[in-house]
Ligand binder design. Sequence first.
Ligand code: GLP
Length: 240
Amino acid sequence: MEVVIAPADELARLAADAVEGLLRADPETVLGLATGSSPLAVYDELARRHKDGLSFARARAFMLDEYVGLSADHPERYRNVIEKEIASRVDLAPGAVQGPDGLAEDLPAACAAYEQAIADAGGVDLQILGIGTDGHIAFNEPGSSLASRTRIKTLTKQTREDNARFFGGSVEQVPRHCLTQGLATIMSARHLVLLATGRAKAEAVHQLVEGPVSAMWPATIMQLHPHATVLVDDAAASRL
Ligand code: GLP
């Protein structure tokens, strides 16, 4: 696992460099997109590079996770967040971004279909990741099976509190369930690029880099990945 400690703007450029390198080598690159605040600077940088000629027209993208039950037009529905933060700012083709369907009537079937869609696309080339304060990646909360695939999960109190800021500060407005790629799904991407900034992430980053591989700190599974890059600022790295 490669760990880079640098200022936040430099981290965003490094992640964008990895995406750009892949797109230039293979315009049909399959990207893995994350929500949350951590990747936003990367998306800003990619939008800038798109203006300078970087094309996503033949690329495809898969989202990590989705809330269950948020209405199709809810601004915090992850599909809408990804559309706003990145897809609409570059030239990804309509339909090129897929995500788990949190409004499906048959949620287990939607999860299985999503796994199949990722496999049919040949897998994810580069997966962008953030990390929760409790060490979750995507919505794989502590205790998640290290062998898990896309499935329904119950959000922890901690994550619902962390994410309440996106729902007008009200924990009650945060959905209780989500669909998320599993840890094994994420591990099958060919390159993992995780970004973390700020002191609130310091313990999770400490566990990720230096802790034992454990389902109690789900991100630690990344230690077993052959090509994982961890991009952190000084504050997030303060416990290393
Ligand atoms: C959410 C998302 C994760 C994200 C995490 C951290 O729970 N499902 O994919 O990594 O939050 O978010 P942030 O980057 O805003 O700290």
